[in-house]
Ligand binder design. Sequence first.
Ligand SMILES: [Zn+2]
Length: 286
Amino acid sequence: MPLVSLKNVLKPAFENAYAVGSFNVINFEFLEAILETAESKKSPVIISIAEAHFRFIKPENICPSLTAMAGRSGVPVVLNLDHGMSLPVVSRAIRNGFTSAMFDGSKLDYPENLRKTHEVVEACRPAGVSVEAELGSVGGNETGGMEAEANPDLFTDPEQASAFVRETGIDALAVAIGNVHGNYKGEPKLDFKRLERIRDRTRIPLVLHGGSGISDADFRKAIRLGIAKINFFTGMSQAALSAIRDRADSLGAAYHDFPLLMQEVKKRVAETVAHQMDVFGSAGKA
Ligand SMILES: [Zn+2]
C-alpha cells in the first residue's frame, strides 16, 4: 500500500496500547531487513532516516526505491524524518515523499522551540505530513559510541507539554523521562509517574527515543502509559556489528564472501526487529 502518515498508524496504537517501532535505515540491507520483517510479522512500521545519517544515505537516492517497496508491501509503512534540525531539512524531506517529520528543537529555549515547531507544522500540514516534536531533552548522541546518562533537569515538564501540544498542533510528542540515545550508562530508570502525567495532560501519542537498552518489562509499562512510537537504532547497529565480528575469521578471499556477509548482517538486523515488534505489541496489528 502507499506510504501512510504517522498520525494514521499512531492513532490505533495509542488507543489500543501498543507501540509502533521506528527503525532507522542507514543502508539498503537495513531497509530490506525492516520491511521484510514488518511484512512477515504483519506489523505496521515506521522507517526513519535521521538528518545525522544523510551522510550515509541520501534521501534523494533511497526514497524512490523505498516508496516503491512500501507500495508493494501489504502493511502500513510510514517514512519519517528523524531529528530534523531545521525547516529547510523538513522541506527537503517533504520533497522526497516523507510522510512524517520529527523536528528537534530540544536544544532551543522554550519560546524558540515553540515558534519553530509551529512553523514546521504549518509547512507540513498542506502536504499531509505528520509532525513529531521534542520537549525537554533526551540525552546522549545518536551518532556516537559514548555511554550516556539522563539528566533530570532536562526531563519533560507535564504542564509545559500540555501548552506546547495545544499551541503547536503537533501529532506526537517525544518525551524525556530518563531515556537516552545510544548506550545507557548503568540501568535505565524511566520516570513512569511523569510519563503518566504527560499523557493525561496532552492526550496525544507519545514517543520514546533511545529504545535500545530498555527492558521488555519497562517497554510494556511505558506503552500502557501512552508511548505509541519507539525509536530503535543502536540495537540494530550492534546486531550488525556482531554479525560482522562473528564471521570475520571465517571469511575467505572468494568474491562472494562480501555479499554473503551483508546477507548475514541483514538476517541479524531482521531478527532484532522481529523481537522488538513482538515486545512493542505491533506484530499482527497490520
Ligand atoms: Zn532520537
